[in-house]
Design a protein around this ligand. Sequence first.
Ligand SMILES: [Zn+2]
Length: 440
Amino acid sequence: MPPPADRQLAHEIYKQLIEMKSGFTTGATTPVAEAMAARFRQAGFPDADIFLGGAVPNKSNLVVRYRGTGARKPLLLLAHTDVVEAKREDWSMDPFQFIERDGYFYGRGTSDDKAQAAVWVATLLRFKRDGFRPDRDIILALTADEEGGGPYNGVDWLVKNHRNLIDSELCLNEGGWGEVSNGKKIANDVQVSEKYVINFRLEVHNKGGHSSLPVPDNAIYHLAGALSNLSKFGFPLKTNDVTRAYFEKLANIEAGPVRSAMSQVSGGSESAMQQVAAASPVWNSTLRTTCVATQLEGGHAMNALPQLAAAVVNCRVLPEDSVEYVKTTLQKVFNDDKVEMKIVADVSRGPSSPLNPALMHTIQRVTDSLWPGVPVLPTMVPGATDGRYLREAGIPTYGVQGFFMDVNDLRMHGRDERMGVTAFYEGQTFLYDLVKTLSS
Ligand SMILES: [Zn+2]
């Protein structure tokens, strides 16, 4: 547990953040950025080290620089301040009131991502109060519009417009947390890599006609045939540096029948990979690029031959697989030149961060000091965070939080989002120790 005064400070900031409505579509991040900037000014941070700005007036980001000796390149601490929308009627309580109940803090953003934002702010204020002199600048970026991306994404905007403000050797971000299963802490995850998304729209056009005079050349049948082929297809199973390390470590934790197969995955055994992929959708998604049909439309009247049949196929692509590879593979799978494919929206693809052994060792050491015996697990996640913009810009980014949560009750983006009270304060200590170790 952090010292009482620091605990109280983190609690106060956390509450303030949760109660500011910063919904991705309905809210604003500027009041959040301004409120945190006021705290830093009050604590004696010079104006020159506090930057406020964003793509539009209501989507501001805050960047604060805590000066070090400059012996090493800066360390960047990132958290987004927008949240997924939350409706009062969907929740059993007001999502924008910070409520402590039965050992949990409730409210939209309590886990994604305002806990980390609050801890970052509290950590820098504590450093300032204690007169800590790091051997590198520590930069805090609290950014807009991570959820759902879009034109006002703060990290994207900062990389393009104020790269110098956030330029750093590495970044710590969301995306990794502590895994609790059956009440036991099983791993402290570090997100090193993420899959990227491609949405394909499939269209089959046909001249149509009267349904009383059908012909074999039918838009719906073409599309259905292509999708049926897709349903039977799986991209090749494979591993990369991150997923090899992941399965190696996981084999030591896993107790079930899949354990021995898991330990052979890193050796590249095809049958072991098949067994592991079949055992869980998460592991399947870790071992291959996946593409799945998610939307369907077609036809314009009950008594007319369809002139259009269309579908969306959503792909979650391994960082090492290219857009072109996925596209040509799907074309072969569909095997029908009547099926036209186009990519919906821009594809944003970032590389993996290197599996930095010194950093992983440091994270393991700090983890051991708090939770002896809990392994640090490098992960590649099927979702996406702002880490991709930084990785693309050449700033290796690692998702690490040390907030432990029940893997069977993750509530980010869902109703009654919450964070364990103890988990929050332990995470505060973990992140404080980690930042201090990485800058001493
Ligand atoms: Zn998030």
